[in-house]
Ligand binder design. Structure first.
Ligand SMILES: C[S@@+](CC[C@H](N)C(=O)[O-])C[C@H]1O[C@@H](n2cnc3c(N)ncnc32)[C@H](O)[C@@H]1O
Length: 347
């Protein structure tokens, strides 16, 4: 018998997920949560967070409420008054790559690092509201463990994105690393904050082919939700004399990245949390878009520097990366490539 084509998609298109697969995926989330899957880090006992009485941020500001706690995020998360009501969490943890952070020791034995990872992920899950979203920035060597842990805790994977940068460190022993995984999970896929109109970009169909059909659409002419591989102008690693660079920090990520996450998955007035604040990117962008935020940072000196950025410097590229085409071919028609054909809608 010839193969039958599945035409029953949750949305049209070649690589859209067929409806059956979506259902299988949903069942798998439930089954995995009950399956008692073991990972290497489970051989170590879970961390017992310190209970911090009358917990107080080291820095805070109003309009919108912005708080920065200094301490181990596993302890702070467990004692937060806002526990259970955070709308969005973005986490860019230490990768265990021996980075010389001011205080944190970034070179644990593997099992300890996995245990640490599970513990802070569990703290984040407890801090999230039932409609909350959790994003994790994580490289190849730990992405699989993070995904399995979140799945065994019953969270639902909405997207597995990649942040692609073109300034990876040169090497000849293997392909050059040019991406980090950007994992997007939600507690409830059917009840989450999602603002596609805020983050639209010109589609390839519009930018390369000037296709009149996409320009004739009633809404969002020539625009699309970005693809799950993220790159483009203002998306490079923050190095050298980049205008955004905060010199006292390691592994600062671009404002454009947090701008996309925050606009897509929170509304004005919502509460955004970053358990590894570093140079303060998350709170800086959250503040620029009128979101309340909580940052946690282990190093007092890094926290002081981050606060200077959050409270004094602010976001320096607000809106500059939004609505940019990421097409990799030139316009094939005579007409100039449409740039910013429609402004993303503020939310
Ligand atoms: C990869 S950096 C975050 C960079 C940040 N995304 C930015 O854009 O600047 C990780 C940060 O987490 C901090 N850190 C490490 N372990 C921590 C812990 N247990 N609790 C809180 N902060 C921690 C480190 O000091 C470092 O500043």
């Amino acid at each position: 018998m010839p193969e039958r084509k599945n035409t029953d998609f949750d949305r049209p298109g070649g690589y859209a997920m067929p409806k059956g697969a979506v259902q299988v995926h949903r069942n798998a989330v439930r089954e995995l949560a009950e399956a008692n899957v073991k990972l290497y880090g489970d051989k170590i006992e879970a961390y017992e967070p310190a209970s911090i009485k009358n917990i107080k941020p080291a820095f805070s500001s109003k309009k919108p409420d912005t708080k920065l706690y200094v301490g181990d995020c596993r302890d702070v998360l467990a004692s937060l008054p806002e526990k259970g009501s955070v709308d969005l969490i973005f986490a860019d943890p230490p990768f265990n790559w021996d980075v010389p952070y001011d205080q944190w020791h970034d070179g644990m034995p593997r099992a300890e690092y996995e245990r640490f990872t599970f513990d802070w992920l569990d703290g984040c899950i407890a801090a999230l509201a039932p409609h909350g979203s959790l994003w994790v920035n994580i490289p190849d060597d730990s992405a699989a463990e993070v995904v399995v842990h979140l799945k065994r805790r019953g969270l639902f994977m909405i997207n597995w994105c990649a942040w692609h940068f073109r300034f990876g460190q040169n090497r000849e022993s293997s392909f050059i690393m040019s991406k980090v995984h950007v994992l997007y999970f939600a507690k409830n896929p059917d009840d989450r904050i999602w603002n596609p109109n805020a983050i639209m970009e010109p589609s390839d169909r519009a930018s390369i082919y000037g296709d009149p059909r996409t320009m004739a659409k009633e809404n969002n002419k020539g625009m699309r939700v970005p693809m799950d591989v993220w790159y483009g102008k203002f998306w490079g690693r923050i190095q050298g004399n980049n205008k955004e660079r905060r010199h006292q920090h390691h592994n600062q990520i671009p404002e454009a990245y947090l701008e996309r996450v925050i606009l897509a998955c929170s509304n004005e007035g919502d509460l955004v949390l970053d358990p590894f604040l570093g140079s303060g990117t998350t709170s800086t962008v959250a503040r620029a878009y009128n979101r309340r935020s909580i940052g946690i940072e282990y190093s007092k000196i890094s926290a002081e520097n981050a606060w200077d950025r959050i409270a004094r410097v602010g976001m320096i590229r607000k809106g500059e990366a939004l609505g940019q085409s990421t097409a990799i071919f030139k316009n094939r028609r005579q007409n100039p490539r449409p740039q910013k054909t429609a402004e993303p809608q503020p939310v």
